[in-house]
Design a binder for this molecule. Structure first.
Ligand code: DLL
Length: 432
Protein backbone atom coordinates (compact mmCIF):
# COMPACT_ATOMS: atom_id res chain seq x y z
CA UNK A 1 0.00 0.00 0.00
CA UNK A 2 1.53 3.28 -1.08
CA UNK A 3 -1.29 5.46 0.17
CA UNK A 4 -0.71 4.66 3.79
CA UNK A 5 0.62 7.37 5.99
CA UNK A 6 4.37 7.14 5.41
CA UNK A 7 4.54 10.33 3.32
CA UNK A 8 1.88 12.01 5.43
CA UNK A 9 3.74 11.63 8.71
CA UNK A 10 7.29 12.67 7.76
CA UNK A 11 9.03 15.28 9.86
CA UNK A 12 9.10 18.78 8.34
CA UNK A 13 12.83 18.43 7.65
CA UNK A 14 12.37 15.10 5.89
CA UNK A 15 9.53 16.52 3.82
CA UNK A 16 11.54 19.62 2.87
CA UNK A 17 14.48 17.44 1.83
CA UNK A 18 12.23 15.24 -0.31
CA UNK A 19 10.53 18.28 -1.89
CA UNK A 20 13.88 19.92 -2.58
CA UNK A 21 15.29 16.83 -4.30
CA UNK A 22 12.12 16.50 -6.40
CA UNK A 23 12.06 20.21 -7.25
CA UNK A 24 15.67 20.14 -8.45
CA UNK A 25 14.83 17.18 -10.69
CA UNK A 26 11.65 18.83 -11.99
CA UNK A 27 13.41 22.09 -12.86
CA UNK A 28 16.08 20.20 -14.80
CA UNK A 29 13.33 18.16 -16.48
CA UNK A 30 11.25 21.13 -17.63
CA UNK A 31 14.33 23.05 -18.75
CA UNK A 32 15.29 20.25 -21.07
CA UNK A 33 11.82 19.19 -22.18
CA UNK A 34 9.53 22.23 -22.30
CA UNK A 35 10.57 25.09 -24.55
CA UNK A 36 8.23 27.47 -22.71
CA UNK A 37 10.11 26.97 -19.42
CA UNK A 38 13.54 26.95 -21.02
CA UNK A 39 12.80 30.34 -22.61
CA UNK A 40 11.32 31.77 -19.42
CA UNK A 41 14.33 30.65 -17.38
CA UNK A 42 16.74 31.98 -19.96
CA UNK A 43 14.98 35.35 -19.88
CA UNK A 44 15.57 35.40 -16.12
CA UNK A 45 19.20 34.31 -16.56
CA UNK A 46 18.47 31.07 -14.69
CA UNK A 47 20.06 27.70 -15.23
CA UNK A 48 18.66 24.51 -13.70
CA UNK A 49 21.69 24.29 -11.39
CA UNK A 50 20.71 27.60 -9.78
CA UNK A 51 17.79 25.88 -8.09
CA UNK A 52 19.25 23.89 -5.22
CA UNK A 53 16.13 23.34 -3.15
CA UNK A 54 12.72 24.74 -2.24
CA UNK A 55 14.44 27.77 -0.70
CA UNK A 56 15.18 28.88 -4.29
CA UNK A 57 11.64 28.43 -5.62
CA UNK A 58 10.85 32.15 -5.67
CA UNK A 59 13.54 32.60 -8.35
CA UNK A 60 11.41 30.58 -10.75
CA UNK A 61 8.82 32.06 -13.12
CA UNK A 62 5.07 31.66 -12.65
CA UNK A 63 2.69 29.73 -14.88
CA UNK A 64 -0.92 30.84 -15.48
CA UNK A 65 -4.05 29.48 -17.14
CA UNK A 66 -3.35 31.89 -20.01
CA UNK A 67 0.03 30.20 -20.57
CA UNK A 68 -1.80 26.91 -21.04
CA UNK A 69 -4.23 28.57 -23.40
CA UNK A 70 -1.46 30.24 -25.39
CA UNK A 71 0.21 26.84 -25.80
CA UNK A 72 -3.06 25.07 -26.63
CA UNK A 73 -3.45 22.16 -26.90
CA UNK A 74 -0.24 20.27 -26.06
CA UNK A 75 2.49 22.94 -26.10
CA UNK A 76 3.44 22.59 -22.42
CA UNK A 77 3.61 18.79 -22.43
CA UNK A 78 7.05 17.53 -21.43
CA UNK A 79 6.81 14.09 -23.03
CA UNK A 80 6.16 12.96 -26.59
CA UNK A 81 2.43 12.45 -27.23
CA UNK A 82 3.05 8.70 -27.43
CA UNK A 83 3.67 8.65 -23.67
CA UNK A 84 0.47 10.49 -22.82
CA UNK A 85 -2.26 7.99 -22.02
CA UNK A 86 -5.08 10.33 -20.95
CA UNK A 87 -6.28 13.86 -21.63
CA UNK A 88 -8.64 15.97 -19.55
CA UNK A 89 -9.74 19.56 -20.08
CA UNK A 90 -11.40 22.41 -18.24
CA UNK A 91 -12.63 25.86 -19.20
CA UNK A 92 -10.14 28.42 -20.32
CA UNK A 93 -10.72 32.12 -19.73
CA UNK A 94 -12.01 32.54 -23.29
CA UNK A 95 -13.10 30.11 -25.97
CA UNK A 96 -10.25 27.61 -25.72
CA UNK A 97 -10.20 24.80 -23.19
CA UNK A 98 -7.24 24.16 -20.90
CA UNK A 99 -5.91 20.75 -21.88
CA UNK A 100 -3.97 18.54 -19.48
CA UNK A 101 -2.17 15.27 -20.20
CA UNK A 102 -1.08 12.34 -18.03
CA UNK A 103 1.50 9.62 -18.51
CA UNK A 104 0.80 6.19 -17.05
CA UNK A 105 2.94 7.12 -14.02
CA UNK A 106 1.02 10.39 -13.59
CA UNK A 107 -2.22 8.40 -13.46
CA UNK A 108 -0.70 6.07 -10.85
CA UNK A 109 0.32 9.00 -8.66
CA UNK A 110 -3.05 10.65 -9.17
CA UNK A 111 -4.93 7.58 -8.02
CA UNK A 112 -2.55 7.27 -5.06
CA UNK A 113 -3.30 10.87 -4.02
CA UNK A 114 -7.06 10.35 -4.34
CA UNK A 115 -6.72 7.08 -2.42
CA UNK A 116 -5.04 9.00 0.41
CA UNK A 117 -7.94 11.45 0.44
CA UNK A 118 -10.53 8.68 0.49
CA UNK A 119 -8.56 7.03 3.30
CA UNK A 120 -8.83 10.30 5.25
CA UNK A 121 -12.59 9.96 4.86
CA UNK A 122 -12.39 6.41 6.23
CA UNK A 123 -13.02 4.65 2.91
CA UNK A 124 -11.56 1.12 2.69
CA UNK A 125 -11.83 -1.86 0.37
CA UNK A 126 -14.96 -2.89 2.22
CA UNK A 127 -16.83 0.19 0.96
CA UNK A 128 -19.21 0.63 -1.93
CA UNK A 129 -18.59 4.10 -3.32
CA UNK A 130 -20.81 5.94 -5.74
CA UNK A 131 -19.00 8.49 -7.90
CA UNK A 132 -21.41 11.30 -8.72
CA UNK A 133 -18.89 13.66 -10.33
CA UNK A 134 -19.13 14.01 -14.10
CA UNK A 135 -17.10 11.50 -16.12
CA UNK A 136 -15.45 12.75 -19.29
CA UNK A 137 -13.16 15.69 -19.85
CA UNK A 138 -13.83 16.95 -16.30
CA UNK A 139 -11.32 15.38 -13.91
CA UNK A 140 -13.86 14.71 -11.12
CA UNK A 141 -15.40 11.42 -12.27
CA UNK A 142 -12.39 9.48 -13.51
CA UNK A 143 -10.15 11.02 -10.84
CA UNK A 144 -12.30 9.87 -7.93
CA UNK A 145 -12.87 6.57 -9.70
CA UNK A 146 -9.13 5.83 -10.01
CA UNK A 147 -8.50 6.48 -6.32
CA UNK A 148 -11.42 4.34 -5.19
CA UNK A 149 -10.29 1.46 -7.39
CA UNK A 150 -6.77 1.76 -6.03
CA UNK A 151 -8.12 1.26 -2.53
CA UNK A 152 -10.09 -1.72 -3.78
CA UNK A 153 -13.51 -0.32 -2.92
CA UNK A 154 -16.46 -1.32 -5.11
CA UNK A 155 -17.04 1.63 -7.42
CA UNK A 156 -20.42 2.62 -8.83
CA UNK A 157 -19.58 5.03 -11.70
CA UNK A 158 -22.83 7.02 -11.69
CA UNK A 159 -21.54 10.30 -13.10
CA UNK A 160 -24.03 13.19 -12.93
CA UNK A 161 -27.46 13.69 -14.38
CA UNK A 162 -29.69 10.87 -13.20
CA UNK A 163 -30.49 11.63 -9.59
CA UNK A 164 -33.45 9.24 -9.36
CA UNK A 165 -31.34 6.28 -10.49
CA UNK A 166 -28.59 7.41 -8.12
CA UNK A 167 -30.87 7.43 -5.07
CA UNK A 168 -32.43 4.08 -6.01
CA UNK A 169 -29.04 2.43 -6.43
CA UNK A 170 -27.77 4.08 -3.28
CA UNK A 171 -30.40 2.20 -1.32
CA UNK A 172 -30.45 -1.04 -3.35
CA UNK A 173 -26.65 -1.48 -3.42
CA UNK A 174 -26.12 -0.39 0.18
CA UNK A 175 -23.75 2.39 -0.91
CA UNK A 176 -21.50 3.42 2.00
CA UNK A 177 -19.62 6.39 0.49
CA UNK A 178 -20.33 9.00 -2.15
CA UNK A 179 -18.11 11.41 -4.06
CA UNK A 180 -19.86 14.39 -5.67
CA UNK A 181 -20.16 18.16 -5.37
CA UNK A 182 -21.57 19.38 -2.03
CA UNK A 183 -24.51 21.17 -3.68
CA UNK A 184 -25.42 18.00 -5.57
CA UNK A 185 -25.29 15.99 -2.36
CA UNK A 186 -27.66 18.44 -0.69
CA UNK A 187 -30.00 18.05 -3.64
CA UNK A 188 -29.75 14.26 -3.35
CA UNK A 189 -30.46 14.44 0.37
CA UNK A 190 -33.68 16.32 -0.38
CA UNK A 191 -34.76 13.67 -2.86
CA UNK A 192 -34.02 10.95 -0.31
CA UNK A 193 -35.95 12.80 2.38
CA UNK A 194 -38.92 13.33 0.06
CA UNK A 195 -39.07 9.60 -0.56
CA UNK A 196 -38.48 8.75 3.09
CA UNK A 197 -35.38 6.76 2.16
CA UNK A 198 -32.86 8.17 4.64
CA UNK A 199 -33.65 5.38 7.11
CA UNK A 200 -32.73 2.77 4.46
CA UNK A 201 -29.26 4.19 3.75
CA UNK A 202 -25.95 2.57 4.65
CA UNK A 203 -24.08 5.76 3.74
CA UNK A 204 -21.25 6.73 6.12
CA UNK A 205 -19.05 9.21 4.27
CA UNK A 206 -19.06 11.79 1.51
CA UNK A 207 -16.07 13.23 -0.30
CA UNK A 208 -17.21 16.55 -1.70
CA UNK A 209 -15.41 19.21 -3.66
CA UNK A 210 -14.98 20.95 -7.02
CA UNK A 211 -16.77 24.05 -5.70
CA UNK A 212 -16.58 26.27 -2.60
CA UNK A 213 -18.65 25.29 0.44
CA UNK A 214 -18.65 26.20 4.09
CA UNK A 215 -18.51 24.35 7.41
CA UNK A 216 -22.15 25.26 7.86
CA UNK A 217 -23.04 23.48 4.64
CA UNK A 218 -20.99 20.50 5.80
CA UNK A 219 -22.93 20.34 9.08
CA UNK A 220 -26.17 20.48 7.14
CA UNK A 221 -25.15 17.58 4.87
CA UNK A 222 -23.85 15.58 7.83
CA UNK A 223 -27.02 16.19 9.86
CA UNK A 224 -29.43 15.31 7.07
CA UNK A 225 -27.66 12.14 5.97
CA UNK A 226 -26.07 11.10 9.30
CA UNK A 227 -22.62 10.85 7.72
CA UNK A 228 -19.18 12.46 7.80
CA UNK A 229 -18.57 14.80 4.88
CA UNK A 230 -15.03 15.60 3.76
CA UNK A 231 -13.70 18.42 1.63
CA UNK A 232 -11.57 17.37 -1.33
CA UNK A 233 -9.71 19.94 -3.41
CA UNK A 234 -7.91 19.87 -6.70
CA UNK A 235 -7.64 21.47 -10.08
CA UNK A 236 -7.19 19.92 -13.47
CA UNK A 237 -4.02 21.83 -14.35
CA UNK A 238 -2.22 20.49 -11.28
CA UNK A 239 -3.81 17.01 -11.47
CA UNK A 240 -7.53 16.93 -10.64
CA UNK A 241 -9.23 15.99 -7.36
CA UNK A 242 -6.87 14.72 -4.67
CA UNK A 243 -4.40 17.59 -4.30
CA UNK A 244 -5.70 18.04 -0.74
CA UNK A 245 -8.46 16.74 1.53
CA UNK A 246 -9.57 17.18 5.12
CA UNK A 247 -9.46 14.43 7.72
CA UNK A 248 -11.99 13.62 10.41
CA UNK A 249 -10.92 16.68 12.45
CA UNK A 250 -11.84 19.09 9.62
CA UNK A 251 -9.12 21.53 10.58
CA UNK A 252 -7.85 22.28 7.10
CA UNK A 253 -7.11 20.18 4.02
CA UNK A 254 -3.97 18.01 4.09
CA UNK A 255 -1.94 18.72 0.96
CA UNK A 256 -0.21 15.85 -0.88
CA UNK A 257 2.91 17.96 -0.59
CA UNK A 258 5.31 15.20 -1.61
CA UNK A 259 3.81 15.71 -5.11
CA UNK A 260 2.64 19.34 -5.09
CA UNK A 261 4.73 22.03 -3.45
CA UNK A 262 2.43 24.77 -2.10
CA UNK A 263 3.19 28.46 -1.69
CA UNK A 264 0.83 31.14 -0.41
CA UNK A 265 1.54 34.53 -1.94
CA UNK A 266 0.43 38.05 -1.25
CA UNK A 267 -2.03 38.89 -4.03
CA UNK A 268 -0.48 42.23 -4.89
CA UNK A 269 3.25 41.67 -4.36
CA UNK A 270 3.26 37.92 -5.18
CA UNK A 271 5.73 37.47 -2.32
CA UNK A 272 5.25 34.67 0.23
CA UNK A 273 3.02 35.50 3.20
CA UNK A 274 3.53 34.10 6.70
CA UNK A 275 1.94 30.79 7.69
CA UNK A 276 -1.67 31.48 8.69
CA UNK A 277 -2.05 34.54 6.47
CA UNK A 278 -4.38 34.49 3.49
CA UNK A 279 -3.03 34.71 -0.02
CA UNK A 280 -3.08 33.07 -3.44
CA UNK A 281 -2.27 29.38 -3.53
CA UNK A 282 0.50 28.53 -5.99
CA UNK A 283 1.58 24.98 -6.78
CA UNK A 284 4.70 23.48 -8.30
CA UNK A 285 4.23 19.87 -9.34
CA UNK A 286 7.32 17.94 -8.28
CA UNK A 287 6.66 14.46 -9.66
CA UNK A 288 4.59 15.00 -12.79
CA UNK A 289 5.84 13.80 -16.19
CA UNK A 290 3.18 14.74 -18.76
CA UNK A 291 2.40 18.30 -17.77
CA UNK A 292 4.77 19.47 -15.04
CA UNK A 293 3.92 23.00 -13.89
CA UNK A 294 6.19 25.47 -12.18
CA UNK A 295 4.59 27.90 -9.74
CA UNK A 296 1.09 27.53 -11.17
CA UNK A 297 -1.15 30.34 -9.96
CA UNK A 298 -4.39 28.66 -8.88
CA UNK A 299 -6.09 32.02 -8.14
CA UNK A 300 -7.64 30.31 -5.11
CA UNK A 301 -7.38 32.16 -1.79
CA UNK A 302 -6.41 30.26 1.34
CA UNK A 303 -3.86 30.10 4.17
CA UNK A 304 -1.44 27.35 5.25
CA UNK A 305 -0.67 25.66 8.54
CA UNK A 306 2.40 23.45 9.12
CA UNK A 307 1.46 22.19 12.61
CA UNK A 308 0.93 18.48 13.13
CA UNK A 309 -2.78 17.66 12.94
CA UNK A 310 -4.70 15.91 15.70
CA UNK A 311 -5.01 12.95 13.32
CA UNK A 312 -1.21 12.54 13.43
CA UNK A 313 -0.54 13.62 9.85
CA UNK A 314 2.29 16.13 9.55
CA UNK A 315 1.41 17.28 6.03
CA UNK A 316 0.73 20.98 5.56
CA UNK A 317 -2.92 21.95 5.72
CA UNK A 318 -4.66 24.64 3.71
CA UNK A 319 -7.75 26.30 5.10
CA UNK A 320 -11.16 26.02 3.46
CA UNK A 321 -11.14 28.30 0.45
CA UNK A 322 -11.89 31.96 0.96
CA UNK A 323 -12.67 32.87 -2.64
CA UNK A 324 -10.74 33.53 -5.82
CA UNK A 325 -8.51 36.25 -7.12
CA UNK A 326 -10.24 36.28 -10.51
CA UNK A 327 -13.88 36.28 -11.61
CA UNK A 328 -14.23 32.55 -12.28
CA UNK A 329 -17.63 31.16 -11.27
CA UNK A 330 -18.32 27.51 -10.57
CA UNK A 331 -21.81 26.62 -11.78
CA UNK A 332 -23.00 23.02 -11.35
CA UNK A 333 -19.35 22.08 -11.01
CA UNK A 334 -18.42 23.73 -14.32
CA UNK A 335 -15.90 26.59 -14.32
CA UNK A 336 -17.29 29.63 -16.08
CA UNK A 337 -15.53 32.89 -16.87
CA UNK A 338 -17.69 35.90 -17.80
CA UNK A 339 -15.21 36.49 -20.63
CA UNK A 340 -16.37 33.22 -22.23
CA UNK A 341 -19.93 34.56 -22.41
CA UNK A 342 -18.65 37.80 -23.88
CA UNK A 343 -16.56 35.97 -26.47
CA UNK A 344 -19.57 33.86 -27.47
CA UNK A 345 -21.90 36.86 -27.82
CA UNK A 346 -19.49 38.84 -30.00
CA UNK A 347 -20.27 36.57 -32.94
CA UNK A 348 -24.01 37.21 -32.74
CA UNK A 349 -24.72 40.37 -34.69
CA UNK A 350 -28.21 40.94 -33.30
CA UNK A 351 -27.00 41.61 -29.75
CA UNK A 352 -24.88 44.30 -28.09
CA UNK A 353 -21.87 43.59 -25.83
CA UNK A 354 -24.08 44.32 -22.80
CA UNK A 355 -25.01 41.22 -20.84
CA UNK A 356 -25.66 40.11 -17.29
CA UNK A 357 -25.03 36.66 -15.83
CA UNK A 358 -27.40 35.76 -12.99
CA UNK A 359 -26.56 32.71 -10.92
CA UNK A 360 -28.88 31.34 -8.27
CA UNK A 361 -29.44 28.11 -6.37
CA UNK A 362 -32.91 26.54 -6.45
CA UNK A 363 -33.48 23.22 -4.61
CA UNK A 364 -29.71 23.09 -4.16
CA UNK A 365 -29.10 23.10 -7.90
CA UNK A 366 -27.39 26.04 -9.55
CA UNK A 367 -29.38 27.98 -12.11
CA UNK A 368 -27.89 30.21 -14.77
CA UNK A 369 -29.67 33.03 -16.57
CA UNK A 370 -28.02 35.27 -19.10
CA UNK A 371 -29.67 38.54 -19.97
CA UNK A 372 -28.64 39.83 -23.33
CA UNK A 373 -29.40 43.24 -24.74
CA UNK A 374 -30.69 43.23 -28.30
CA UNK A 375 -29.24 45.69 -30.79
CA UNK A 376 -31.54 48.63 -31.62
CA UNK A 377 -31.45 47.71 -35.33
CA UNK A 378 -32.89 44.27 -34.71
CA UNK A 379 -35.39 45.19 -32.02
CA UNK A 380 -38.99 44.44 -32.85
CA UNK A 381 -42.09 43.13 -31.11
CA UNK A 382 -42.23 40.17 -33.39
CA UNK A 383 -42.24 37.17 -31.01
CA UNK A 384 -41.21 34.64 -33.65
CA UNK A 385 -38.01 36.49 -34.45
CA UNK A 386 -37.15 36.78 -30.77
CA UNK A 387 -37.77 33.09 -30.19
CA UNK A 388 -35.41 32.15 -33.00
CA UNK A 389 -32.77 34.53 -31.68
CA UNK A 390 -33.15 33.17 -28.14
CA UNK A 391 -32.58 29.67 -29.46
CA UNK A 392 -29.54 30.77 -31.43
CA UNK A 393 -27.98 32.46 -28.38
CA UNK A 394 -28.87 29.51 -26.19
CA UNK A 395 -27.11 27.12 -28.55
CA UNK A 396 -24.02 29.36 -28.82
CA UNK A 397 -23.77 29.70 -25.03
CA UNK A 398 -24.24 25.98 -24.52
CA UNK A 399 -21.40 25.29 -26.96
CA UNK A 400 -19.15 27.85 -25.31
CA UNK A 401 -19.75 26.94 -21.66
CA UNK A 402 -20.85 23.32 -21.78
CA UNK A 403 -23.83 24.41 -19.69
CA UNK A 404 -27.46 25.17 -20.42
CA UNK A 405 -28.46 28.71 -19.61
CA UNK A 406 -31.83 30.41 -19.63
CA UNK A 407 -31.49 33.25 -22.12
CA UNK A 408 -33.53 36.39 -21.62
CA UNK A 409 -33.38 38.98 -24.37
CA UNK A 410 -33.93 42.46 -23.01
CA UNK A 411 -34.73 45.73 -24.78
CA UNK A 412 -31.98 48.09 -25.90
CA UNK A 413 -30.54 50.27 -23.10
CA UNK A 414 -32.06 48.13 -20.31
CA UNK A 415 -28.98 46.77 -18.62
CA UNK A 416 -27.23 49.07 -16.19
CA UNK A 417 -24.09 50.73 -17.54
CA UNK A 418 -21.36 51.05 -15.01
CA UNK A 419 -18.90 53.89 -14.86
CA UNK A 420 -16.07 51.85 -13.43
CA UNK A 421 -15.33 48.18 -13.90
CA UNK A 422 -18.33 46.66 -15.63
CA UNK A 423 -20.43 44.37 -13.46
CA UNK A 424 -21.46 41.34 -15.45
CA UNK A 425 -22.39 38.90 -12.69
CA UNK A 426 -25.06 38.74 -10.01
CA UNK A 427 -24.42 35.68 -7.87
CA UNK A 428 -27.45 35.13 -5.64
CA UNK A 429 -26.29 31.77 -4.25
CA UNK A 430 -26.07 31.76 -0.53
CA UNK A 431 -23.11 29.71 0.54
CA UNK A 432 -24.75 29.27 3.93
O1 DLL B 1 -12.81 20.90 -9.84
C1 DLL B 1 -11.22 19.11 -9.67
C2 DLL B 1 -12.04 18.48 -8.60
C3 DLL B 1 -12.98 17.53 -8.94
C4 DLL B 1 -11.82 18.79 -7.28
C5 DLL B 1 -13.71 16.91 -7.94
C6 DLL B 1 -12.55 18.19 -6.28
C7 DLL B 1 -13.49 17.25 -6.62
P1 DLL B 1 -11.30 22.16 -12.10
O2 DLL B 1 -12.55 21.92 -12.88
O3 DLL B 1 -10.06 22.45 -12.84
O4 DLL B 1 -10.97 20.93 -11.21
O5 DLL B 1 -11.62 23.35 -11.10
C8 DLL B 1 -10.66 23.76 -10.18
O6 DLL B 1 -12.37 24.41 -8.61
O7 DLL B 1 -9.23 26.11 -8.68
C9 DLL B 1 -11.16 25.84 -7.18
O8 DLL B 1 -11.48 27.19 -7.51
C10 DLL B 1 -12.41 24.97 -7.30
N1 DLL B 1 -12.41 23.89 -6.31
C11 DLL B 1 -12.07 22.61 -6.48
N2 DLL B 1 -12.23 21.92 -5.31
C12 DLL B 1 -12.65 22.84 -4.39
C13 DLL B 1 -12.96 22.77 -3.00
C14 DLL B 1 -11.79 20.39 -10.23
N3 DLL B 1 -12.92 21.64 -2.31
C15 DLL B 1 -11.20 24.86 -9.31
N4 DLL B 1 -13.33 23.93 -2.38
C16 DLL B 1 -10.22 25.24 -8.21
C17 DLL B 1 -13.40 25.09 -3.06
C18 DLL B 1 -12.77 24.09 -5.03
N5 DLL B 1 -13.13 25.21 -4.36
Amino acid sequence: MIWNETKECMSRDEMTALQSARLVKTVDYVYHNVEFYRKKMQQLGLLPGDIKGVEDITKLPFTTKDDLRDNYPFGLFATPKSQIVRIHASSGTTGKATVVGYTRRDLDIWSECVARCLTMAGVTKEDIIQVGYGYGLFTGGLGAHGGAEKIGAMVVPMSTGNSKKLTTMMVDFGVTAIACTPSYLLHISELLEAENLIKDLKLRAAICGAEPWTDKMRSEIEGRLHINAHDIYGLSEVMGPGVACDCIYHKGLHVCEDHFYPEILDTSTLKPVKAGETGELVFTTITKEGLPLIRYRTKDLTSINYDTCECGRTSARISKFKGRVDDMLIIRGVNVFPSQVEAALVDIKEVTPHYMIIVDRVNNLDTLEIQVEIDEKYFSDEIKGLEALTQKISHTINQALGLNAKIRIVEPQTLTRSEGKAVHVIDKRKLY
